[in-house]
Design a protein around this ligand. Sequence first.
Ligand code: DX5
Ligand code: ZN
Length: 216
Amino acid sequence: MRRIVAPSMLSADFGNLERDTRMVDRSAAQWVHIDVMDGVFVPNISFGFPVMKPIRQATGKVLDVHLMITDPVRYAARFVEAGADYVTFHYEATDDCAACIEAIHAAGARAGISIKPATAAEVLEPLLPSVEMVLVMSVEPGFGGQSFIPSSIDKIRRLSEMKRRMGLDTLIEVDGGISSANARVLFDAGAEVLVAGSAVFRADDPAAEIERILNA
Ligand code: DX5
Ligand code: ZN
């Protein structure tokens, strides 16, 4: 099983974005997670293309862009142009998931699809063969620093079983309320990519917390 940690830049210090990105770049984290919110799909606005640019310039690591926006197909290619390696959109944000997946692939990135806490894992079954990753939200999308929703663990297990049954290699990512205190149970359930925002950036030693999550 792969183990990947993706620190979420939403919890970084935007006044020191280059410094914080370089810290992640030097750390054991393999990916950098970027949360884009439009104030419509979620009740919060984060940042967009101009803020991605200094992050892309400060690291060669995999840029994992999590779109919490309505009508994601409209902007998919621009996020790839801005340096995204993975572009993940929400199942709940579009009527045409297949078109969105196609747009991400056509632009040259890997595609991910995410479900909110109230959405059943089973809705992803028909889409699983077309994406490289599924993202289980373990908090309501919109804000960092929330508490992990325990029922997410069962969702990870069901997705893990689904991909095994279908003979697929799709990555399972989990996002929200994750720290070194609960990373182990998530890896054990079948998660391979763990996103952590506040646990990393509020730690006294962020690089050490990243190591603790990886080795949980
Ligand atoms: C929430 C974002 C998360 C957030 C996680 O909508 O998708 O990536 O930054 O933050 P923590 O780890 O603090 O829950
Ligand atoms: Zn996220």
